[in-house]
Each structure stands twice: as C-alpha cells, then as structure tokens.
Design a protein around this ligand. Structure first.
Ligand SMILES: Nc1ncnc2c1ncn2[C@@H]1O[C@H](COP(=O)(O)OP(=O)(O)O)[C@@H](O)[C@H]1O
Ligand SMILES: [Mg+2]
Length: 277
C-alpha cells in the first residue's frame, strides 16, 4: 500500500530515566513521523512490546512529561507555534499529550457527563457547542446508557473509554495508552481495537502509542513496533531496559493488512527476541 512520510511527530534522543540512582531505562533513541496515505485518515499506531518490568510504563511517563529524564530529551511538535510549512519542536511537558494509564483513573465523585464537561473547561467552545460535543462522543463511544453513572458503577471498558474521551478533549499531539488490553474481559479486546482506530481518526496528530506483552495483538494492530528489553553487552545481560528491536511494518509491506503468514513469522521473530531480553 503506497504511503508518504511527512513531518516528525516524536523525537526521542538518548533518553535515560533513573529512580533513586537506579537506572531503569537507558539510551533510548527513536523518531516517529507522520504517515499519509491517499484517501484515508492514516492513524499511526505504534506498539511498545516488552516483558514485565522492562520499563514500558517508565518510558511512557517520560513520553508524557510526567517524569523528567535523567539524560536525553523527548521532543514533540509545538502545535501552537507551528504552521503547515514551518514545524517547530518543543520538549514535552505534562498535559501536552494524551495519557490513559493502566487503571483508567477517573474522578471518583464525577459522573461521565460531569467528567467530560470538566475536561472541556478550558476549551474555547460555547456552552452549547460543548454540550453537543459531549453528547456526540457519548453516543459514538457507546456510553449513552451510563452517562450519569460514577466510576465505581462502570465496567473496565466503560471507564477506559471515558478516560480516552477526556484525553481527546484535553490533550494534543499523540495518545499514549499503557497496557490498554490488560484487565479487560476477553470480549473487550475488539472494543479496544476499535477505540485505537477511532483515536487515530480523531486525536490531534492521529497517533496512538500503546504498550502490551501480547505480540500477536501488536503485530495485528501496529504499523511500527519497538521491543524494549534488557540488552546483552559483552555476553552479559544488563538489567536496564532499552530498545532491542524496531520493526517498521510499513517498510515490511505488512501494515494495514489482514493477519497472514508474514505476520505470524514476525510474531515468532519477536518472541525469540523478547525471550532473550
Ligand atoms: N517510582 C518508581 N520508583 C522506583 N522504581 C520504580 C518506579 N517505577 C518503576 N520502578 C521500577 O522500574 C522497573 C520498570 O518498571 P515499569 O516501567 O513499570 O516496567 P513495565 O511497565 O515494562 O512493566 C521495575 O523494576 C520497577 O520496579
Ligand atoms: Mg507497565
């Protein structure tokens, strides 16, 4: 499928994060660019694969500005000061990008309607426009029946979808989802896949970055996959996370296609890589 590569969305350079002097992730470098295909809203879907404890959540905290890097930097598009022909970059700060954490944290004392209203509080829309935007999203995301309920009265899937809409309303750039597939019923997997595609069509730069340890899911959904694991240096397995593999499914000509033999082959390749890192 033909596509063209446009401007940089995310630039991560020599990123390291340590907690209390213990290095958790180190020397992380990657660049993601905007992809255009004719006649489709192409959402970039980027998966971060890695075994438990390899630093996926820590990387995400750095990509959202929640944690300051010990060294290196995370640059994103400076949406306010960029034009179509003149893209400017800035260091990521808390609030710049969307983040749906592993627990889909919501306000305990706000119903869905109240929470979404709160998420739009700084928007320039009129009250009527806000109301209609909220109603549209509630319908599209299947939350009509539960819109007056509180988080403890919602299913995991409903809480996650509410958290996603909040972030669509209040953030820009890319959307990060930490383990969006874990902790949900099996039946919810298809819903979450749909959500990821919907965010790709809707959010500012049409880019979703999610983490998982499910290799098949990553290969079937993403057009770019990074594997984070412990590197082996001079024959010794280190105990900090770094990118041990990158697979560009677009360049491999298997992005945006039905899962087939080439996908399965990639799954096996990544499995071996993860087992060794
Ligand atoms: N706030 C923290 N303080 C100290 N260590 C942490 C903190 N958060 C995570 N870690 C440690 O960092 C490592 C990577 O954790 P994490 O980023 O959550 O990995 P993953 O999401 O891949 O499972 C683990 O060893 C974890 O114990
Ligand atoms: Mg994690």
């Amino acid at each position: 499928m033909p596509y063209s590569i446009k401007d940089t969305i995310l630039y991560v350079e020599n990123l390291s994060v340590a907690y209390d002097g213990k290095v958790i992730i180190k020397d992380i470098n990657f660049t993601e660019k905007d992809i255009h295909r004719e006649d489709v809203v192409t959402g970039q879907v980027i998966a971060i694969l890695g075994r438990s404890g390899r630093g996926k959540s820590t990387l995400f905290k750095a990509l959202t500005g929640l944690v300051k890097p010990t060294s290196g930097q995370v640059l994103i598009r400076d949406i306010k000061n960029s034009t179509e022909t003149d893209i400017k970059a800035k260091m990521v700060e808390e609030g710049d990008v969307g983040f749906v954490d592993q627990k889909y944290t919501l306000f305990r004392n706000k119903t869905i309607l109240q929470a979404l209203k709160f998420a739009l509080r700084t928007s320039n829309l009129s009250e009527a426009e806000k109301q209609s935007k909220i109603e549209t999203y509630i319908k599209e995301w299947g939350l009509e029946k539960v819109k007056n309920q509180y988080p403890n009265e919602l299913s995991g899937g409903q809480r996650q979808r509410t958290a996603v809409i909040e972030q669509i309303f209040s953030s820009g750039n890319y959307m990060i989802m930490d383990e969006p597939f874990s902790g949900l019923d099996v039946g919810n997997v298809e819903d979450v896949k749909r959500s990821i595609h919907k965010i790709g069509e809707d959010h500012t730069l049409n880019t979703v970055i999610f983490s998982t340890h499910d290799i098949e899911l990553a290969v079937s959904l993403a057009d770019s996959i990074y594997v984070i694991g412990y590197p082996t240096i001079n024959g010794k397995l280190e105990n900090y996370g770094t990118i041990v593999g990158h697979f560009d499914l677009k360049a491999m000509h298997i992005a945006w296609q039905k899962f087939g033999a080439s996908h399965l082959q990639l799954v096996e390749q990544i499995k071996t890589l993860m087992l060794n890192s």
